[in-house]
Design a protein around this ligand. Structure first.
Ligand code: URA
Length: 215
């Protein structure tokens, strides 16, 4: 067995054993499954409540996030924070993560092998938090879960799918960085975002598993 494969399997075993986010963060901090571990400044595990009902997934840390070790703390993060506030939410009662836990140099798109290497961490984060809704911020997050869906077609329309053995609700939104300086996309994102608290209420109250369309 090659060293890389062996260490990859060992990491997967450790991930399986993790019982809480801090266990998992320790494993992320020592992960060297892809080359981003060599260029990172800080690990960007994710932040928020371990019991969050809403789990946001962005693409990857940018420059600010890499320096501070926290997701969405740059310009896009400020916009995300404003939308959370406008909808009665804040960073402490949701969970915010990324597909990648380390910054790709020069903010280039994540490579498929980086996304694959980081995937078990995201899966485990979701399993630990056990959210009522998973909200994709942009196409990279959406397409890691549902490769055939187009963000321009499905944004703002919640759907249910069986995932990790559970009936899970998903919602895709445009990425705040893409919408930040684009007037019409910005308005669309803000209006799609308003559906989140409505969905949470619906999920808690009424929905039957066979009910596919939520909004
Ligand atoms: N963009 C992302 O996708 N994630 C971050 O953490 C910051 C910007």
């Amino acid at each position: 067995m090659s060293l890389t494969l062996e260490s990859s399997l060992m990491i997967n075993e450790e991930i399986n054993k993790a019982e809480c986010l801090s266990d998992l963060n320790n494993i992320i901090a020592s992960c060297n499954r892809c080359s981003l571990s060599k260029t990172k400044t800080k690990d960007v595990f994710g932040s928020g409540s371990e019991k969050a009902e809403i789990f946001f997934i962005g693409e990857a840390p940018g420059k600010e996030e890499d320096l501070r070790g926290e997701p969405f703390v740059g310009a896009a993060g400020k916009f995300l924070g404003e939308m959370l506030k406008e909808n009665g939410l804040n960073r402490n009662n949701v969970f915010i993560a990324n597909v990648l836990k380390h910054r790709p140099p020069e903010n280039r798109d994540p490579l498929p092998e980086e996304v694959d290497a980081c995937w078990p961490f995201l899966e485990k984060q979701i399993q630990i938090v056990n959210p009522k809704i998973i909200v994709f911020l942009g196409r990279h997050a959406l397409n890691r879960f549902f490769p055939s869906l187009k963000i321009s077609e499905v944004h703002g329309r919640a759907f249910r799918k069986s995932w990790q053995g559970k009936d899970q609700v998903f919602l895709a939104l445009y990425h705040p960085a893409a919408a930040l300086y684009n007037g019409s996309m910005r308005e669309t994102l803000k209006s799609d975002f308003k559906k989140i608290p409505i969905l949470i209420t619906k999920i808690k109250k009424t929905l039957k598993p066979q009910q596919k369309k939520l909004i």
